[in-house]
Design a protein around this ligand. Sequence first.
Ligand code: NAD
Length: 268
Amino acid sequence: MPGRLQDKAALITGAGSGIGLESSILFAQEGANVLLVDVNLPAAEKVQKLIADRFPNVKSAAFKADVGKEEDVKAAVDKAVELFGRLDFNNAGIMHPADDNALNTEEKIWDLTHTINVKGVWWGCKYAILAMRNNPVDEAKGLHTGGSIINTASFVAIMGAATPQLAYTASKGAVLAMTRELAMVHAREGIRFNSICPGPLKTPLLMDFLNTPEKRDRRLVHLPMGRFGEAVEVAKGALFLASDDSSYMTGTDFKVDGGLTSAYVTPI
Ligand code: NAD
């Protein structure tokens, strides 16, 4: 049985941990060739080795890039095109521990967060668009194989929290708005853009931050399912958006949040 991403290529940023790690494994399992991009090269290499062992028919490589630097993002896309010939895409981000409310957040934290989370996504999209314009049309399926670009936003872009991380929240709102507009601009080129909005997950990004039972309980009471999500549950959403199963979806804020953004009163 061919996988759901057979013959596709995926460039996954933040591939060394959390959602990126789980998506890399899942995409490879479904037949995609994967370029594992991370600022932490040893972490990406570890994932690459695991994929090479488990899925020997899939091409994979680890690549060091800081998505907060345009030249790094371009180099990563060039590498994916060189290795795999065609390209689909994905994105990473940070949540800084010193990110706070309007009064306490320092400008340098704001700028760093926006450089990685917003400019990083813009640059990722920019170079992916240029690469995808060279992808062939699949005459048999009648589909343009332009590609699918998935930008990781967050539930905090949709709902307010009294536990503020202002720079992060604003950056994720920018990802949603930017993704929607890109979806419209490139709709007739067959390039699809969707945002994925994870709820709070059990990944290092959040768990390092929620490092006491009190901090975790402050959030858990608002989660309809009574638990944090797993990175692999978001990776499965990303797989759907990356595959042709979602061929009529573009410009969507795709929520994988355990019902959080639909909640008023949650079960006890
Ligand atoms: P994670 O911290 O587990 O993994 C992030 C990966 O990105 C790490 O391997 C890290 O080295 C890499 N990275 C960080 N800065 C980078 C840079 N400048 N260039 C390249 N790589 C870089 O995080 P995660 O939970 O998997 O989060 C992934 C995405 O999901 C982020 O955009 C995050 O904002 C978003 N998100 C996470 C949650 C959550 O609860 N974990 C919720 C909503 C949205």
